[in-house]
Ligand binder design. Structure first.
Ligand code: F0G
Length: 460
């Protein structure tokens, strides 16, 4: 297959995108108070704000949608989704939800206990929010290498720090209600977790009877990294890898908007029958009946097919290498990114890019604005605004260690030409990086951990 390095698909349907002038984009930015979440998608040329719900579906998924069975209870679509998920997760009980955070809510309702710790590599915002509302304390135990936006190579920067976890459990195990492994680790660059780390975490947790859960929005991307970076898995089929990953945990949640290759939906999957029955009750109250949980029959059918397509090796090779292509182009231009590139996007080190802008003036947010202004490319800040906190006692700002701009690559949506636009524009901004000043936060909503969605800024 020497020459077959191009995309493993051809394009049957296209969606036009709008070209705009810099003056027009500056107007758009002003109206959006310099927050990329508040831009109209129509005014964006290449949209990299997220990889969530933005995948292009295949002809098999679109035709599966026509077979959707919209029966309230026991639809054929549910049983097709259940069988597909059982094959990927290797677990018997499958509760659909309307999207990932609903599965997070159900999971947190069952596993998060008030006054106790939920340990993770790096919890995603939606579990963190759910846990905090329930009075549970989420703690991040990612290895040191994963806590920095640096260029030092480590194959699994999403790993849990096992010695630190072991030490903590020796004295405080009774205060830990659950351990959650997020694959891949979204907040530090879509960085994978190794099979060895999942196994060791699970072994340690079992010694103290602590349940382990996997937040598996990007389960296939993680499996691909295990196959290509971890000794012993070179020839293991992806589905065997996913099943082994889940064999070490009791329960998994999934936002199917990522590796489900669909635009909406989520899953709560478990091997524990009692937990499943509790999840069913919560789903009936908040989501919908057990066999649809907030999804339509056609959406369940599209997901049933998507789960199979995402675990196809040719797809994953294309996917991970496309993200790497963007990372390599940026490196050629000197742009500081988190290395190695992860599964779903490239994360630019905002502090290194704009060393003259202090963290309280939002360097990564400034870069998001510059990239949109120059090229109509929409990325998102994962830094001072998204993760900045206030000390509950003194009210003082606490700034996060990771200060990045995330450029997500949607699945099967953009060509490498689109990625070249991003690399060219960021390279040009990098050339004149000294000319940029920071930003001031002029509006934030009442919940600090959610402020990035609605915040307003001014340019300094
Ligand atoms: N878990 C992880 C690891 C996620 O990345 C997300 C969503 C969720 C849970 C929640 O799922 O959106 O379906 O409710 N991440 C998106 C992102 C929003 O842009 O990274 P959801």
């Amino acid at each position: 297959m020497k020459y077959m390095t191009a995309e493993p698909f051809r394009i049957k349907m296209v969606e036009p995108i709008k070209k705009t002038t810099k003056a027009y984009r500056q107007e758009c930015l002003k109206k959006a108070q310099y927050n990329s979440f508040r831009l109209r998608a129509e005014d964006v040329y290449v949209d990299c704000i997220t990889d969530s719900g933005t995948s292009a579906m295949s002809q098999e998924q679109w035709s599966a949608m026509m077979l959707g069975d919209e029966s309230y209870a026991g639809s054929r679509s549910f049983y097709r989704l259940e069988a597909s998920a059982q094959e990927i997760f290797g677990m018997p009980y499958v509760q659909p939800t309307h999207q990932g955070r609903a599965a997070d809510y159900i999971m947190a309702s069952i596993y998060a206990k008030p006054g106790m710790y939920a340990i993770g590599n790096m919890h995603f915002d939606t579990f963190r929010g759910n846990a905090e509302v329930m009075g549970c304390i989420p703690l991040d135990f990612c290895i040191m290498e994963g806590q920095k936006a640096n260029q030092d190579y480590h194959p699994f920067k999403g790993n849990i720090d096992i010695p630190r976890l072991a030490k903590m459990l020796e004295t405080e195990a009774e205060k830990v209600c659950c351990i959650i492994i997020t694959v891949t680790c979204n907040n530090n660059g879509g960085q994978p977790v190794s099979m060895e780390n999942i196994r060791e975490t699970s072994k340690l947790a079992a010694q103290y009877g602590i349940p382990v859960i996997m937040d598996s929005a990007r389960l296939a991307e993680n499996a691909y990294f295990i196959r290509t970076r971890e000794a012993g898995y070179e020839n293991t089929p992806i589905k065997e890898i996913t099943r082994e990953m889940f064999s070490y945990v009791e329960t998994a949640t999934m936002s199917s908007k990522k590796d489900g290759l669909v635009n909406i939906g989520g899953l709560f999957v478990t091997r524990n029958e009692n937990i499943y029955h509790r999840a069913n009750q919560l789903a009936i109250v908040h989501e919908g009946f057990i066999t649809y949980g907030g999804m339509s029959g056609r959406d369940m059918d599209a997901l049933a097919v998507g789960l199979q397509e995402v675990t196809d090796l040719a797809y994953l090779e294309y996917r991970i290498n496309q993200v790497k292509y963007l990372g390599d182009k940026l490196k050629e231009k000197g742009v500081p990114i988190i290395e190695p590139t992860g599964g779903h996007g490239v994360y630019v080190d905002g502090r290194k890019f704009f060393p003259q802008i202090p963290q309280h003036e939002f360097p990564s947010q400034r870069l998001v604005v510059a990239l949109y202004e120059e090229a109509g490319v929409r990325a998102v800040e994962i830094g001072a605004c998204a993760f900045g906190k206030k000390d509950p006692v003194t009210g003082e700002d606490i700034w996060p260690e990771l200060e990045t701009m995330r450029i997500c690559v949607s699945r099967r949506v953009y060509t490498n030409n689109h990625l070249d636009v991003i690399a060219q524009a960021l390279g040009d901004i990098y050339q004149k990086r000294d000319t940029y000043k920071g930003m001031r936060l002029v509006y934030e909503g009442p919940i600090t951990s959610l402020r990035h969605f609605t915040a307003g800024f001014e340019l300094l």
